[in-house]
Structures are given as structure tokens and as C-alpha cells.
Design a protein around this ligand. Structure first.
Ligand code: GDP
Length: 440
């Protein structure tokens, strides 16, 4: 996320970060570099200029030059200002109303349908809500199907009327249906066009007026930079929406949209999308995002994600198995699946302070687990619980079955063996033993 910007800001602030001499001249130079970094990230010119002016004023006001740690103070000022620019506080979702109605708006391809599913899943699993998804795209039958596929995937009902060509009518009937059937949140996915056009705006404005939603969210692809900001403005002028959803932040986004959108439309970013999977949704926290942009990682979110995904009961079971030396390949597989649910590897690495920078040129492959999973899937139940039985001919069979080589199978068996030994050691009061082994 935002690798380029992070890199450039880091370089800009580098001089001041050390304890070298700090003068009014190099503060000004640093801020010039900061401004350039923001412009390169596709932040609007005016916003970038205001940003550095504010930081400069604050820096002078706080006597950056004579403070004990001028570098750190500057980083803090930049961080605080970035946080402020992205909205300051975390904005919540208004779920009052029975049912609470959430209307999705945005261009086609922005990720509306995907996000509708993610939000329904989030509300169902994290907030114990009973959501209903509504397909209001009357132009593309494929869009209705897509929402049904998403709904099936997360176990959420989808309301659609493929023959009905009146989106206002569909939305109203869906809300009535939700009331009758005990749904407490209704998420209305609307049609999007490739570009803003009058007919589309009128249509969504009509739906908006008729159902009077608690939340109107504007979904936008972060990869589109300044265009994202312009589209947001056009939609906001018409719908006066309540919040923004920035999608595709897992890609090679420059960051301009995340930084500029709030100050242009004066509406908070409420959620971000960080992948195609249903779990790739995060509540947007301006301060944490500022940390990430400045390469400080986001440990809080990382720990939260781990806590959300890891099942305590499962963890206890695994611990018992390790203690009894019964940790097998099936357990390993379920651990891999849990880690995968936390998000893409690239995204996770970016949350570790310093790691994003250190590994920025390393290709992080999300398919790395695929080979491992294929190998395990090709094992018999006995082989999974007693890897010791895997002899030469079995290895050949497993390699053939999984489309890998005997060498890869060997490698996995060796790693698994080492891992099992290590786990055993950590269990049996062996923390000390392991430290000794590592020469500490
Ligand atoms: P809609 O036309 O606005 O409903 O957009 P879709 O939900 O169909 O999304 C368009 C494409 O973007 C699909 O291929 C999605 O899988 C993909 N997509 C949506 N959200 C994200 C995201 O956060 N990250 C990535 N990488 N892809 C996404």
C-alpha cells in the first residue's frame, strides 16, 4: 500500500530524522520534498500546498528548531496533519432504523457489488446483524447473478426481481420484505455506469429520495487517483452521501485518493477494501493509515485481524495436540487457512513496522501456499497424521497427485519436521532450550 509515497516521505524526512543540524532552510527544503511526494502520489495541488504550509506554521510555532528532538517532532507534525487531512476521527456507520437501509453508489467496476457482500458479511459476523442484500441493477442480468453468488458465499439472502425494470420499486419492495422477515439491515446495490451520466444520476437520486437511507455510501476505486476525487465530487453534489468506501487499496495505489477525498467532499472515508475476498474489508482509521503512509506499520490493525480470525477453541486444541505430539498435516492445513483469511500476504507485511520498506522489492507471492496445500491434499489421512510412513514410493505418488516434484514434497516434510520439533520444544518449558540453541 502506498509504497512509493512512503518511500519518498521517508527520504524527505530522513535529514531531519537524524540529530544533525536543523535549520530553517532545511525545514523548508524538507517540506518542499514532502510536497513533491504528495503531488507524485496524485494529491491535489492545492491540498498539498496547504498541507505543507500548515505543517510549516506548526513547526515554527512549536519551535522545531530548538526542540530536543526536532526530527521526531517534524515526523509527528506530518503524521498529525495527514491524520487530520484524512478525517481525524474514525467515522462509524449509522445503523439506526428498522431496518437500517444502506445505499451503495459509484461507477461500474468500482467494486460496489463486492463491497456490498463484504459489508453484509462484516455486519453479520462482527455486529451480529441480519442483513438482506438487494440487487437493483436493472441493466445487467450478470450483476444480479454476481450478487447472488456473493450472497451464497457468505450465507446472506439476496432480494432480486429480474423482470422488474423499476429500481425504486424493487428497493421499496425489498425493504418491505426485510421488515416482514426480520432483517435489520438492508444493503441496496445499485447500477453503475462506466462514466457519470445524467440518466444514472437521476436514477440513483430517485432511489435515494424514495427509500431515504440511513447511510449512502460512495464506492470508489483508489487506483484512479484524481479521477476518484472528481467522481466523488459529482456524486456528492447530487446525493450528499454520508461516507466513502475506498476499494483496491491492496493494489499499487499511489495514495492520492485516500489523502484528498475527505477535504474535497468533506465526507469521511468509512471503509477500505483490500482484496477480492469477502474478508478483505477494514474500517478506515485515519491515524493508523497515516502511520502506514509514513512507513510506521499498523500493528494495532494486524493484531486485531489476528484476533478476529483466530479461534481460541481451535488454538487450545492445537496446543494440546502439540503437547501430545499429535500435530499433523491436517492441523497445519487449517492453520494455513486461518492465516490466509487474515488477508493478502503483501497487505499483512505492510502492517509490520519497517517490514514494508525492507521488503519493498521482494515479490510476495500469495500463491506460495498453493503448492503446500496441493501436497497435503494428495496425502492419505494416515500420511497426514503419521508423516513418518511417507516413504519413497509414497512421495512419488504425492508429487504426481499434487503436480509438484519429489523434491518439493521432501522440502515440505523437512520443514514440517523442523516445525514440529520447535513447537514441541516451546511447549515443554523448552523456551530456554531453544534460546540456547539459537546461541542466546
Ligand atoms: P461493481 O461494478 O462496482 O459492482 O464492481 P465489482 O464489485 O464487480 O468489482 C469490480 C472488480 O474489482 C472485480 O473483479 C472485483 O473482484 C474487484 N475488486 C473489488 N474490490 C476490490 C479490492 O478491494 N481489491 C481488489 N484487488 N479488487 C477488488
Amino acid at each position: 500500500m502506498f509504497n512509493n509515497l512512503t518511500d519518498k516521505l521517508d527520504k524527505a524526512l530522513h535529514v531531519l530524522k537524524g540529530h544533525g543540524s536543523i535549520t530553517e532552510v532545511n525545514v523548508a527544503e524538507t517540506l518542499k520534498e514532502v510536497r513533491r511526494a504528495l503531488l507524485d502520489a496524485d494529491v491535489n495541488f492545492k491540498i498539498a500546498k496547504e498541507f505543507t504550509n500548515t505543517v510549516k506554521e506548526k513547526a515554527l510555532g512549536q519551535n522545531v528548531l530548538t526542540s530536543l528532538q526536532p526530527g521526531q517532532l517534524m515526523v509527528k507534525l506530518v503524521k498529525d496533519e495527514l491524520t487530520e487531512l484524512m478525517g481525524g476521527e474514525t467515522a462509524g456507520l449509522n445503523l439506526s432504523g428498522s431496518p437500517a437501509v444502506i445505499l451503495m453508489s459509484g461507477l461500474q467496476g468500482s467494486g460496489k457489488t463486492t463491497f456490498s457482500g463484504k459489508l453484509a458479511n462484516f455486519l453479520k459476523t462482527k455486529k451480529s446483524k441480519k442483513p438482506l442484500l438487494v440487487a437493483c441493477d436493472i441493466y445487467r442480468p450478470a450483476a444480479i447473478n454476481q450478487l447472488h453468488v456473493v450472497g451464497d458465499q457468505i450465507g446472506v439472502e439476496v432480494y432480486s426481481e429480474p423482470e422488474n425494470k423499476n429500481p425504486v420499486d424493487i428497493a421499496q419492495k425489498a425493504i418491505a420484505y426485510a421488515k416482514q422477515n426480520g432483517f435489520n439491515v438492508v444493503i441496496v446495490d445499485t447500477a453503475g455506469r462506466l462514466a457519470i451520466d445524467e440518466a444514472m444520476m437521476t436514477e440513483i437520486a430517485n432511489v435515494h429520495g424514495a427509500i431515504n437511507p440511513q447511510e449512502t455510501l460512495f464506492v470508489v476505486d483508489a487506483m484512479t487517483g484524481q479521477d476518484a476525487v472528481n467522481t466523488a465530487k459529482a456524486f456528492n453534489d447530487r446525493l450528499n452521501f454520508d461516507g466513502v468506501v475506498l476499494t483496491k487499496l491492496d493494489g499499487d495505489t499511489r495514495g492520492g485518493a485516500a489523502i484528498s477525498i475527505k477535504s474535497v467532499v468533506d465526507k469521511p472515508i468509512k471503509f477500505i477494501g483490500t482484496g477480492e475476498k469477502m474478508e478483505a474489508i477494514d474500517v478506515f482509521h485515519p491515524a493508523r493509515m497515516a502511520d502506514r503512509i509514513l512507513g510506521m506499520g499498523d500493528v494495532v490493525s494486524l493484531v486485531e485481524r489476528a484476533q478476529e480470525q483466530f479461534d481460541e477453541e481451535e488454538a487450545r486444541k492445537i496446543q494440546k495436540k502439540i503437547a501430545k505430539n499429535q500435530f499433523g498435516f491436517d492441523d497445519f492445513l487449517s492453520q494455513i487457512q486461518q492465516v490466509k483469511k487474515m488477508g493478502s500476504m503483501k497487505d499483512l507485511v505492510g502492517m509490520i513496522p519497517g517490514a514494508g520498506k525492507a521488503l519493498k522489492d521482494v515479490e510476495i507471492d500469495d500463491d506460495a501456499f498453493k503448492g503446500i496445500e496441493a501436497i497435503i491434499h494428495s496425502m492419505t489421512p494416515q500420511e497426514r497424521t503419521e508423516p513418518a510412513v511417507i516413504n519413497g514410493s509414497r512421495k512419488k505418488r504425492i508429487a504426481n497427485g499434487s503436480g509438484t516434484s519429489v523434491q518439493q514434497v521432501n522440502q515440505l516434510l523437512k520443514q514440517f519436521d523442523q516445525m514440529s520439533k520447535m513447537m514441541k520444544m516451546m511447549q515443554g518449558g523448552g523456551g530456554k532450550k531453544m534460546m540456547q540453541m539459537m546461541g542466546k
